[in-house]
Design a protein around this ligand. Structure first.
Ligand SMILES: C[S@@+](CC[C@H](N)C(=O)[O-])C[C@H]1O[C@@H](n2cnc3c(N)ncnc32)[C@H](O)[C@@H]1O
Length: 243
């Protein structure tokens, strides 16, 4: 069985609607340097980790349960010359024992579902850093509120408008100190690469038992993006300081 994200994210450097420049901004907001030790939960294919290690010389421990993605992190870190700075643990977030105050900064970029929501994610990351340590979480928010009547909300879209998302973020015990928001270009680049990748995959795997299922899912997600989510959904990296 092929996993949807392993197929459509297979050519993404960053598996979120953001850019390398914005990940470097994140590194600056976190105050990273050669002495920093960073925890990255739900590290994906290692895009943020490799960029941060290369630019700031920090050490990064990546927690990622999906084998193909974990392998991609190792390969990409080696190729970028930062294999000695990037360590990978193949684990689900909740099975990984976080060393209390063991890191200077802790990240979860686009994977709050791994902790069952934004607040438990912030709480877990805050425990990973010492007082005055920094955390960052990538999370969607609604640009329009209330949502249009015709928009059918999915179960996994229990997001809030921006101000309420910040309240929710801070209720995890941190203070917001920076916000790095996605542009529509970031969204279009992120979503389009999925459509292109799926198109190539379908052409290369015409007889795959999941080909029709993936084609249907791809069209559904693509249409939902340009009909609704492109205007309705924002995404940002929320950077917080632990008291
Ligand atoms: C949207 S991707 C983000 C990847 C990366 N942070 C980035 O920005 O490029 C979410 C990642 O969370 C991982 N993930 C899924 N379930 C998880 C879990 N229970 N614990 C930790 N990570 C998980 C997925 O395999 C995927 O790599």
């Amino acid at each position: 069985m092929a996993w949807w994200h392993a197929v459509v994210d297979s050519r993404h450097e960053l598996q979120n609607p953001t850019s390398p420049e914005k990940i470097l901004l994140l590194g600056e907001a976190l105050g990273l340097d050669e002495s920093s030790r960073v925890l990255d939960i739900g590290a994906g294919r290692g895009g943020p980790a490799v960029l941060l290690a290369r630019e700031f010389g920090c050490r990064i421990l990546c927690v990622e349960p999906w084998r193909e993605f974990a392998d991609a992190i190792r390969e990409r870190a080696q190729a970028a010359g930062v294999g000695h700075l990037v360590e990978v643990v193949e684990s689900k977030a909740q099975d990984f024992e976080i060393e209390a105050a063991g890191f200077d900064a802790a990240l979860c970029i686009g994977a709050t579902f791994a902790f069952d929501g934004l607040v438990p994610t912030v709480e877990a990351l805050a425990r990973a850093v010492p007082p005055a340590g920094a955390i960052a979480v990538g999370e969607p928010f609604w640009r329009e509120w209330p949502l249009p009547r015709d928009f059918e909300l999915r179960e996994d879209e229990g997001f809030l408008p921006l101000a309420e998302t910040v309240d929710r973020f801070e209720s995890g015990g941190v203070e917001l100190v920076a916000l790095i928001t996605s542009s529509q270009d970031d969204w279009d680049r992120f979503e389009s690469l999925k459509w292109l990748t799926l198109d190539l995959w379908l052409a290369a795997n015409p007889g795959h038992p999941q080909a029709e299922e993936f084609r249907t899912e791809g069209r559904y997600r693509r249409d939902r993006h340009f009909r609704w989510r492109r205007d309705l959904m924002g995404w940002a990296i929320f950077v917080g300081r632990v008291p």
